[in-house]
Design a protein around this ligand. Structure first.
Ligand code: GLU
Length: 318
């Protein structure tokens, strides 16, 4: 698994060069202006460096995928002027790749079954001793004996699979956030319904697709140490990271449906077409003056990652 010769295997997909950029939306609903601005930034990072740009839809969580959403998302990306290379990749069509990665981790003794329910994890996390942060796994199932496992299996509890992280601290240098460091917990790589977890799928895909720099919203920076650990355990090439500032609603929370008309079609219904939205995005990123209507080509010519704002933008109608 840690045999460096396997790295090539991870980069074996057609066109994989190790330098591409990507946008990887979840199919849970239409893209809002924050998602679209992140997509624009990911495209600008890649295209301004002469790199390829890929779109991958993250549709593993079948219970949250809604029909027609993919088509709508792709239409919105095109409407704001983005293009991409090759066919759109769907995670639901790549189960074998994820299963193979899970099998490799398992063969190296790096996984263990976890029978905990969410409620149990929450309860353990708020216990007075040890006080792990609420979203960290407290290690309950890490050292179960065979008999204890059999007991839980007999009770009909399907296990998730967690990685033995050994509490390792991962440090990385983010292009925008700078040095970022966190201790990694024993996180889930396969959910108890058999679905590969986001953390695993994203690592496998970014390596297989030859992604050189992961550009995505700053809300995902907390996941990155976990993903870097998995990249290392699988012997894959680590991409660079740039976590870009989010768009927030007027209440200071991450932009979402509850903030009103925040999708391209909702804005269009108010008379604001995609060019106007692109102009707003460009303005909010310091890439255009108010009243200008820059083309994607104009933005490429002006884009300088070192001059991007580091603070989130609060959405207010254009
Ligand atoms: N699918 C994730 C989202 O829509 C993004 C995953 C990623 O860029 O790594 O938030």
């Amino acid at each position: 698994m840690r045999d460096p010769s396997r790295q090539d295997e991870g980069n074996s997909e057609a066109g994989a060069s190790g330098s591409d950029g990507r946008f990887a939306p979840s199919l849970t609903g239409p893209l809002h202006l924050g998602n679209l601005r992140t997509a624009l930034l990911a495209w600008l990072f890649a295209r301004s460096a002469g790199a390829g740009f890929l779109v991958r839809v993250e549709d593993l969580d079948r219970s949250r995928v809604r029909p027609g959403v993919e088509e709508g998302q792709l239409a919105d990306l095109r409407a704001i002027g983005l293009d991409w290379d090759g066919p759109v990749v769907r995670q639901s069509e790549r189960m074998e790749l994820y299963e193979e990665a899970i099998a490799r981790l398992d063969a190296d003794g790096l996984l263990y079954p976890c029978y905990c329910t969410r409620a149990e994890i929450r309860a353990a996390a708020s216990a007075p001793h040890g006080i792990p942060a609420a979203d960290r796994y407290p290690g309950t199932c890490r050292e179960l004996t065979k008999a204890e496992r059999a007991e839980r299996e007999a009770a009909g509890r399907p296990p998730a699979l967690r990685v033995r992280s050994e509490g390792v601290r991962v440090i990385f240098e983010d292009r925008l956030l700078g040095r970022f460091e966190d201790e990694v917990d024993d996180f889930v790589v396969r959910r108890n319904d058999g679905t590969p977890a986001y953390q695993l799928a994203v690592v496998v895909d970014d390596a297989a697709q030859g992604v050189g720099e992961v550009v995505r919203g700053a809300d995902l920076a907390d996941s990155t140490p976990r993903q870097i650990l998995l990249t290392r355990l699988l012997g894959l090439t680590e991409p660079a990271y740039a976590h870009v500032p989010l768009v927030l609603g007027p209440d200071g929370r991450r932009l979402a449906k509850r903030h009103g008309a925040v999708t391209l079609s909702e804005r269009a219904a108010r008379g604001e077409g995609p060019e106007r939205i692109r102009a707003w995005m460009a303005c909010s990123l310091g890439l255009a003056e108010a009243g200008e209507k820059p083309t994607p080509g104009d933005l490429l010519g002006r884009f300088d990652p070192t001059r991007l704002p580091r603070e989130p933008t609060v959405w207010s109608a254009v």
